[in-house]
Design a protein around this ligand. Structure first.
Ligand code: PCA
Length: 327
């Protein structure tokens, strides 16, 4: 990697490499989604703010679309310091860190306002789990609500049996299995090709990813479900972060807070626009029918119970804190 650190002191310890950087300048930032996606555009806004607020001390270069590291490799690259910073879909890491599935609890916090409350309930616990992985989250940004894409009309699980379903994490794989579908994990960057070649025939996502990947070339129906608003997060290697001066950390935090808020607003602003684009390109975009929705809600209850089993008292505390905030 051409990541350019000055004065790197590497202390080899068991577990993850601990890296202390007295002064870092050029940071390559791998991002998983296409350059024109709003998350990636906001990554560039963040880089500009960081350059500005640190008076050029930290110069971030964004590499969108999995071009530097593929989506599935970004977390490890940041953990090990191959890249000092990167962006990824949070709940892709739920197997390793179950609390990162806080934003995939179905039908829990499905407006931007309530999703922000859920994040404030989850943040502290998620951040301490991330510290164990040698990571620090700088900002997070939600995708619009998640619904289902198919190549035919679907009214219930009777219509979904045997379909090859592109999943993006274990929660979506569960949804697929419960609906009699066959899950296959595929990065968004490879989605158009997977649909064109029949490797996948359906998936769950926002209007955003359907639009980015022009899925109307292969699929015909989108069912709005608004099952959850999953987030991407920008993460930095903890050793790199801890090695920065207090003032540099404060300046990056200011850039991160502002970008997280701007990105969230952009997501909300674009949510319906994406549906309009799907429709304009010939797709049927409608609410999931009552029978299908009732099945999804029943599966959602099981998934919530599974997440609570995986996260124990911490997961329960997040849900309790969130409920206290919304009552
Ligand atoms: N798009 C991403 C994650 C959630 C979303 O809306 C994807 O499908 O990979």
């Amino acid at each position: 990697m051409n990541t350019n650190f000055k004065n790197i002191i590497v202390a080899g310890v068991a577990g993850f490499m601990s890296t202390s950087v007295l002064m870092a300048d050029n940071w390559d930032m791998p991002m998983a989604y296409s350059a024109s996606n709003f998350h990636s555009e906001m990554g560039v806004v963040f880089a500009d703010k960081v350059r500005d607020y640190t008076a050029g001390d930290i110069n971030i270069t964004v590499h969108a679309g999995g071009s530097l590291f593929k989506g599935g490799e970004i977390k490890r690259a940041v953990q090990t310091g191959q890249a000092p910073i990167g962006e990824r879909f949070m709940s892709a890491h739920v197997n390793e860190a179950p609390l990162l599935g806080w934003d995939n609890v179905p039908f829990l916090a499905t407006t931007y306002a309530t999703n922000e409350k859920l994040w404030s309930a989850a943040k502290g616990k998620v951040n301490s789990q991330l510290a164990d992985l040698n990571l620090v989250a700088l900002y997070t940004c939600p995708w619009p609500g998640q619904g289902f894409y198919f190549n035919k009309s679907v009214n219930s699980s009777a219509d979904t049996q045997g379909i090859k379903f592109r999943s993006y994490n274990s929660a979506t794989a569960t949804f697929a299995e419960e609906l009699g579908m066959i899950p296959v994990q595929i990065e968004a960057a490879e989605l158009s090709q997977a649909l064109a070649t029949g490797v996948a025939e359906a998936f769950i996502s926002s209007g955003s990813t359907g639009y980015d990947r022009k899925v109307w070339e292969s699929l015909t129906h989108y069912y709005k479900v608004n099952a959850w608003l999953p987030r991407n997060y920008v993460i930095v290697n903890k050793g790199v972060w801890d090695g920065l001066s207090d003032s540099t950390r404060a300046n990056i935090t200011k850039a991160a807070d502002e970008t997280g808020a701007a990105c969230t607003a952009k997501s909300e602003e674009l949510a319906n626009w994406y549906f309009e684009q799907l429709t304009a390109n010939g797709m049927s975009v409608e609410d999931a029918g009552p029978e299908f929705l009732a099945e999804l809600e029943a599966i959602g209850k099981k998934m919530t119970a599974n997440w609570l089993t995986a996260t124990g008292a911490d997961g329960q505390a997040i849900l309790d804190d969130y409920k206290a905030m919304t009552n």
